[in-house]
Design a binder for this molecule. Structure first.
Ligand code: NAP
Length: 432
């Protein structure tokens, strides 16, 4: 029997477990560890609550978790409760699938002012992430700014602009829904340091902005090059740019606006003790396509500023780390130690991108470690013994299912599904 530990239960972790299970059949035991008592990482805490079709991929992960050779061990933080070298003593291979849960810093004056939040925090707040349950983003002003031109920036702008009725069928947490319902924000400005041809937004997500009940997207046609310049763009980007251009034809008789401000690089956030405006510098693109400041600056009013400029992986003691991810060669960090997903590649790509990634690493492991005995490696038994000695309250598959059933049980007809938003609530549910 081989023993494998997958650290992180988001998409990358589950695809890797699935691939290992296919490669080894009943000749392996695969433990999926997570620092939270419930799994699914980005699917639970990152994917927008109004994108239920994307969240449905967790049904595939359910099948993996249900299989005999796979176990879930929650509420265990690798690097704090147990070290990577201890895991390597217990398991034949350890695969880090820890994602990129932290916000990259803007590195501009004023980014620590109250009213400035990272997208991981804001997205976590409306998705019931325990670390951000008390974020309480300021929604009493009329203007917000979202920095970045990627899909996460779009998610934040859309969530800020939807009506209560538009969240029907979503699983947004109740406290965020109520706060958003009371929000006074009328204008959300999306700040892109480059132009329409450099956006990282995909067509489906961009298209949604054109169909909001109470908000209309606004563009400035002068920001766009002649239409013929769209021709050489990659088809997905060309479609996104066409959708952007078409926003100019939308009726503007809705109360809220999502304003695309291109060639606008944030250089400071100002305000009297809290965010009131983002100072941006007009840019032009240099020959390499990078944004170069022109020296012309102006202020964009915003009492809520969300920085959506990409995520970073957390370092773990003993594991080489550089440029926001674990140092690896095609997923291999060291002998029997691997990284997959965003911890391997950095925060890019769709959920599905993690599938080939996990399968590739599982193939490497299978090529190096034939099915057979792992000698005296104790696997889950040894891990559970160590955790008990350290008074770590690890949770298991049954605990997770009990928590989930209790959450679902809190659903009220016609309102979003209630989720626990505090770590303690999860543990109380299972009697800890
Ligand atoms: P992203 O796609 O990398 O976009 C980051 C954005 O931030 C870019 O527009 C970038 O501009 C900008 N930026 C970076 N540093 C900046 C700075 N210092 N000042 C101003 N702007 C800055 O990251 P993301 O939006 O966090 O998304 C992460 C991944 O998740 C992506 O692959 C995304 O497609 C995926 N995702 C998918 C969905 C979906 O499919 N529905 C939803 C959410 C996320 P430059 O281009 O100029 O660097």
């Amino acid at each position: 029997m081989r023993h494998f530990a997958v650290v992180g239960s988001g998409p990358a972790g589950f695809y890797t477990a699935e691939a290992l299970e296919k490669a080894y059949g009943d000749q392996a035991r695969i433990d999926i560890l997570d620092r939270y008592p419930v799994p699914y990482g980005l699917i639970r805490f990152g994917v927008a609550p109004d994108h239920q079709s994307l969240k449905a991929v967790s049904k595939r992960y359910d099948k993996v978790a249900d299989s005999a050779g796979v176990d879930f061990i929650g509420n265990v933080c690798v690097g704090r409760d147990i070290s990577v070298s201890e895991l390597l003593d217990l398991y034949d291979a350890v695969i880090l699938a820890t994602g990129a849960p932290h916000d990259r810093k803007l590195g501009i004056p004023g980014e620590d002012l109250p009213g400035v939040v990272g997208s991981a925090e804001f997205v976590g707040w409306y998705n019931g992430h325990p670390d951000f349950a008390d974020l309480n983003p300021p929604l009493s002003g009329t203007h917000a700014a979202v920095i970045g031109n990627g899909n996460v920036a779009l998610d934040c702008a859309r969530i800020l602009s939807k009506t209560r009725a538009e969240f029907e069928g979503s699983d947004i947490v109740g406290h965020a829904l109520d706060a958003l319902d009371r929000s006074e924000i009328q204008t959300v400005t999306l700040l892109g340091r480059r132009g329409p041809h450099q956006i990282a937004m995909t067509p489906k997500e961009l298209g949604e902005l054109g169909h909001l009940e109470a908000a209309v997207p606004v563009i400035e046609p002068a920001d766009f090059p002649p239409v013929a310049a769209d021709e050489p763009l990659e088809p997905g980007l060309r479609k996104s740019v066409s959708l952007l251009r078409a926003f100019a034809d939308l009726a503007t008789d809705k109360p809220k606006r999502i304003v695309f401000d291109f060639f606008a690089k944030p250089i400071a956030i100002e305000g009297d003790g809290r965010a009131e405006r983002v100072i941006v510098e007009r840019t032009v693109l240099d020959d390499s396509g990078a944004a170069r400041g022109t020296g012309e600056t102006y202020g964009v009013p915003a009492s809520l500023v969300i920085s959506a400029i990409g995520y970073a992986t957390s370092p773990i003691d003993e594991v080489p780390f550089a440029a926001g991810k674990f140092v690896n060669e095609r997923g291999k960090i060291a002998d029997r130690l691997f990284a997959v997903g965003w911890a391997r590649r950095g925060p890019s790509g769709t959920i599905g991108t993690n599938r080939p990634d996990g399968y590739e690493v599982a193939d490497q492991i299978a090529a190096a470690l034939a099915p057979g005995s792992s000698g005296d490696r104790a696997g889950a038994q040894g891990l559970k013994r160590l955790l008990a000695e350290r008074a770590v309250m690890a949770t298991d598959y049954d605990d997770w299912r009990k928590i989930e059933q209790t959450e679902t049980g809190r659903a009220r007809p016609g309102s979003p599904r209630e989720k626990f938003v505090r770590h303690q609530e999860w543990l109380q549910t299972i009697g800890r």
